[in-house]
Ligand binder design. Structure first.
Ligand code: SF4
Length: 283
């Protein structure tokens, strides 16, 4: 069976990726970032960020991997077009970086694209690929990228001392919404927002010119990483993020670690027991 052969290939790939991940244990990640302000966090759940730092991450199945593959294919497509664009002198995909001086915390990450134009100006890009129609409808209606994508890009821009950056979303499928004559058709498209970190707070502007102020400062990104380091030192888990204040769904409901978090929050287990249970969960 061909599918069986491919499944074995997937398993080998997973083993290779696990070895790569193991090299990063102990590092905070640029991709797992967030902001801490007014006593709450937004962005990646700080517990998930702490667990990633400690090397705990649940493996994925082949279905999830196929969804992720759409994102990788999207990056390859954009990379090819950047390389061929007559405006571009140089482009790097998955530009690696280790930041250990912008903030006190050391973290490693990769910007999706680092681009230098022929006129010498430079910018970075965080790209996302939409694989289902519901996020697409939400994105078009609100004309906003996910906050985590903006924070991630702001983190990279700040670290690279870059003043220009973009979050772009792509989708490659056709979606339809509505009934009969009111039907709206969404064809494959790229959406972009320009992110600005030069002001007091992080803002972004849509293609239609709408400016959104996140009310988040760069120092709040640093405070988030500090919170993780402190939680690890104190052996106390940080609180879950303020899901309801910043998105329409409760992220804990989709998390692999919700059972362990419920036990911890109810006082049934302490930090060390929580970590032991997570280790078992991730095996
Ligand atoms: S269940 Fe919620 S609080 Fe716990 S790790 Fe997952 S997202 Fe974070």
């Amino acid at each position: 069976m061909i599918k069986e052969m491919l499944k074995k290939g997937f398993e080998v790939e997973q083993e290779e990726q696990a070895k790569e991940e193991a090299k990063k244990v102990g590092n905070l990640r640029g991709g797992s970032c967030g902001a801490y302000f007014n006593g709450m966090t937004v962005g990646t759940c700080p517990r998930v960020t702490l667990l990633r730092k400690l090397g705990f991450q649940k493996g994925i199945d082949q279905t999830t991997d196929m969804i992720f593959e759409a994102g990788r294919a999207n990056e390859e497509y954009l990379f090819r077009l950047f390389k061929k664009s007559p405006d571009v002198l140089f482009v790097a995909n998955d530009y690696p970086m280790i930041d250990n001086d912008t903030f006190d915390a050391t973290w490693s990450g990769r910007t999706d694209f680092y681009v230098r134009r022929k006129d010498g100006t430079e910018f970075v890009v965080e790209s996302k690929c939409m694989v289902s129609q519901w996020p697409l409808f939400k994105l078009v209606k609100e004309d906003k990228p996910k906050l985590i994508a903006v924070l991630q890009l702001a983190n990279y821009m700040n670290s690279l001392k870059m003043t220009e950056g973009y979050v772009i979303y792509s989708h490659y499928f056709i979606a339809e919404k509505g009934f009969k004559e009111k039907r709206v058709r969404y064809t494959p498209k790229i959406y972009e927002w320009k992110v600005d970190i030069s002001g007091d707070t992080i803002t972004y502007i849509s293609e239609s010119g709408v400016v959104t102020d996140t009310h988040i400062k760069l120092e709040h990104l640093k405070d988030y990483y500090d919170l993780i380091e402190q939680a690890e030192a104190d052996k106390l888990l940080p609180d879950p993020p303020a899901w309801q204040a910043f998105q329409s769904y409760d992220g804990c409901g989709y998390c692999d670690f919700s059972k362990q978090c419920e036990e911890y929050d109810s006082g049934a287990i302490d930090y060390n027991e929580f970590m032991k249970e997570i280790e078992l969960e991730c095996k």
